[in-house]
Design a protein around this ligand. Sequence first.
Ligand SMILES: Cc1ncc(COP(=O)(O)O)c(C=O)c1O
Length: 377
Amino acid sequence: MRQFEVRNAHFDRLFNTPGLMWLGQNTNHFPTHPSVARAMADCIAGEEFHAYAPPAGFEALRHGIVADLGLDGASALVTDGAVEALYLACHAFGAPGSTFVTTDPGWKWPMHFARAAGATIVEIPIYGPEHDFRLSPARLEAAVDERTRIIYLVDPNNPLGVCYTEAEIRAFTDIARRAGAYFIHDCTYRHFADSHTLAATFYPERTITIYSFSKWLGLAGLRVGALVASPEIIEQLAAAPPNNLGSNVLSQRAALAGLAVKDEWMPEINRRQRRNQAAIHAAVATVPGMTIPVYPSQANFLVVECIDAGITPEALCEAYRASGIMIRQGTYHTPAFGHRFVKVSTTVPEGWADAFCAELPQMVERARGITAPGPLF
Ligand SMILES: Cc1ncc(COP(=O)(O)O)c(C=O)c1O
């Protein structure tokens, strides 16, 4: 079987595992807000989906996304998830001979997109206490030169959960401006942070803000997100997007309903996911050698270091998988540091987080006996 077939079969198996506890993909498994569920039911009952949505998204949704970000004067292009927004930006601005600068760890797919467009990838290692698990302006400055076309910052960082300060964002955008580079600010996890600064505030002319409904609203399987930038940039990108026939109508209706209840929804979601973070933090502290390097996480997941506990991330993932719990191996994010950690998502029912915690000592012991886990993706 080809690699993509093996990968697909792996995720198909997971998706079709009854009762699987999804603690591996930062998805949000809290029950849907009733008005979001109602908006979808109404959309289906009204058979709205026979028509294509407007190519850049429903106007109300485009305006709602810009308003949620508070970026007056910016324009939104609704996409089939944040990932399509990233694909579009990386292909539009990544070019042969240019560099694409990002952190290690970070989210790997945009690197693949930029590489496919011909760009050379420059990764700045940020894993480790010597870096405080974050990018510094000085290290970004050292990596950026006149060839740099794209700086890609995941903020809050996936998988680390660090979030950058206003001063850091200001410094990063100054560097981007001096280089004339596009600043792709991936804000997929923004709504989980105690506070968050948008790069577009300081560098509106070339910042591309990436927006997702997958995580804060729990619509991952519905595929809806957005790319927000100056009207000039949107004009350029809207000329040849991968999907010019409008994003999923049902998903957009759900997203609109979500924005309308966001102020009521998010405080409770964050209270619950921070409660889960605390439970996992306490459980990890009881296992010799296991640690959580960034706590609390400003996103909806935690990195759990297992290397000093003498087990591999893959073995621990396999032990949990056999017990109906999906967690993610670090190598999904980073070949350089991935052997050190697993990632555990926290926007899940408390019972799932507690099951992870209760089983942890036993899973660590079981992982010691797993020497050849199957392929993970
Ligand atoms: C940093 C980052 N950006 C984008 C995405 C994709 O988001 P979406 O589901 O909206 O395509 C993810 C998904 O895990 C992510 O971690």
